[in-house]
Design a protein. Structure first.
Length: 185
């Protein structure tokens, strides 16, 4: 049964849902991981994510089709991008098969938040990975957490995307091979 929400007017904002997925990396390996109802994260004030921004994320959406099936668009590519981003920031990659399983678990646990077909809304998924252990010296962290949460959302741009006027500059936003680097470019 779907949640009773004004699906056409929910906007693009966070709304807590039932379950999220959590897995921790310690002593060189990922734990079993699993679903939790607790949306809170407790960290040291010196956690690598806070001191050196050692974190990566992805975003994807779950939709209901005309046939009342819930689908995601190429989640394997999101998983591969997250793995590539993690490697760039000296973080352990969360394995693709486990990524896909975590995404599936979270969607199934929050099915009532997947909007009905034609609602103009979706269930947004945010897989992310971050450094958790205290790091004060300039070095990669050794402990990490992978999480996936969901939230029902409307369109990112209400009324559709609008045309932009842009100024092209000779300066790059990101250094070559930096975190914004695209393979093959």
């Amino acid at each position: 049964m779907k949640k009773e929400l004004d699906w056409g007017n929910i906007g693009f904002a966070y709304r807590e849902t039932n379950q999220r997925y959590v897995s921790n990396y310690k002593d060189g390996k990922w734990d079993e991981g699993g679903l939790t109802s607790d949306p809170n994260i407790v960290l040291s004030e010196c956690a690598g994510v806070l001191q050196y921004a050692q974190t990566v994320f992805e975003g994807m959406k779950a939709y209901t089709t005309k046939n009342n099936e819930v689908v995601l668009f190429r989640p394997d590519l999101n998983g591969e991008r997250l793995m590539d981003s993690a490697k760039r920031l000296a973080m352990p990659a969360f394995p693709l098969d486990r990524f896909l399983d975590a995404v599936t678990q979270v969607v199934r646990a929050n099915l009532e938040y997947v909007p009905p077909y034609g609602a103009g809304a979706s269930l947004y998924l945010r897989p992310y990975l971050f450094a958790t252990n205290p790091v004060i010296g300039v070095k990669p962290a050794e402990e990490f957490q992978f999480r996936v949460f969901t939230t029902p959302v409307g369109p990112y741009f209400t009324g559709g995307a609008k045309a932009l006027s842009l100024c092209v500059s000779e300066y790059d936003r990101a250094a070559p091979n930096g975190t914004g680097h695209q393979s093959g470019s």
